[in-house]
Design a binder for this molecule. Sequence first.
Ligand SMILES: NC(=O)c1ccc[n+]([C@@H]2O[C@H](COP(=O)([O-])OP(=O)(O)OC[C@H]3O[C@@H](n4cnc5c(N)ncnc54)[C@H](OP(=O)(O)O)[C@@H]3O)[C@@H](O)[C@H]2O)c1
Length: 429
Amino acid sequence: MREIGVGLLGLGVVGSEVAHVLLHRATRLSEQVGAAVTLRRALVRDVSKERSHPLPPEMLTTNPDDVLAADDIDIVVELLGGEQPALDLIRRAVSNGKHVVTANKEIIAKAGYRLLSLAAQHGVDLRYEASVGSGIPIISPLQQDLAANEISAIRAIVNGTTNYILSKMAHEGLDYATALRQAQDLGYAEPDPTNDTEGIDAAYKLAILASLAFHTPVRPSAIYRQGISALNPKDFTYANELGYAVKLLAIAKRQGEALEARVHPALTPLDSQLANVDGVYNAVQIEGDLVGTLVFFGRGAGGQPTSSTVVADVLTIARNIANGGLIRPRIELNRRIPVMPMLDVETSYYFRLAVADQPGVLAQISRVLGEHRISISTVIQKELDPAAQTAIIVIMTHPASERSVQAAVTEFTHLPLVQEVSALIRVER
Ligand SMILES: NC(=O)c1ccc[n+]([C@@H]2O[C@H](COP(=O)([O-])OP(=O)(O)OC[C@H]3O[C@@H](n4cnc5c(N)ncnc54)[C@H](OP(=O)(O)O)[C@@H]3O)[C@@H](O)[C@H]2O)c1
């Protein structure tokens, strides 16, 4: 039986699980492939570190060339994370004729197309199923199973950390700081949570999904981004009364000759599937013209779920090697669809305003909205603080352009009776 060698770059949360699966399911995996799939060695920083699934010491190395240049390794699995040195190591692996599997969304979002071109030049495969949604298969369905469709929209919850925090704020009334601390205590959030809480991670994943779905390069820097740190538990309560949940959504939609691409908190109808994705779970909703609406749902983080998709990629490549051919999905980014400026995007909005409790205040607010062609669907007075003579007003609008809404917000801040625009959240139906 032919042997196909696998080398790991990284043996952390995901790498350890991948190594465990490759070693402990070797017989079954090899039967599926028709060749022995053998883990040869793993690159780490510190060979003496204690690991959840220890490997024999002779399989550990701190020298990248022991993996990248080894004759007995056909497939290199990059599980270091971060941009460097991971990007350079992937380039070197490909240039040395190795097939590559990675779970690294940052690298694929920023440099995926160039890496795929490099892989094509060297006649090797580069797979990245685990880069979005951890254990949820979504890259391969977009490339293969949905290929006949014109995709019109993607709406996704792709960051488990923020979804956990938002679930805690919604169901337990926690404020943002407390919910974040709990997520950090449980290991769901990093000590520096910025990448997650500011939507950076979600934007990387949306860039990958949107590029594949709309066949156009979508750079992460072109995606509008707003994080969750300014959200207040009050808005979860009011949104719920109005029939909505608050979620960090990654949204990409075809709008004529352009594309909307944005990551921000959004009010989502309570009876929608996305509103009911709680905790660290992820979900990706795709609208295709033939298939209709599909939702891919599952655990969005963790070593085991991620090992499921990483090993699946390894097996796909191993099967191709065993069959003597390379079946690589063609990456057709042959369209050039520009991302719309956020100011041109139209959506409905939720406002929370702190206003003086005086006659005429609603008339002033309505006048400003009317002048900016923003029509109101619901107005509710929520609370009154008699001592401060302040009222809270919640307004839901019909679809309006972001440009008009931002102009109205600026004008509100100049109205003597409006003390504060306390919240402005977009609505995604
Ligand atoms: N964790 C998840 O739930 C999850 C889910 C989906 C995708 N991913 C992606 O999977 C990848 C790996 O994530 P992870 O959570 O497994 O990371 P991790 O636990 O931090 O593990 C990183 C591993 O890489 C090694 N490493 C880092 N820098 C190195 C260097 N310069 N030279 C040699 N070795 C180096 C570390 O070695 P030492 O062990 O010696 O320190 C460690 O074994 C990332 O791209 C991540 O975004 C993770």
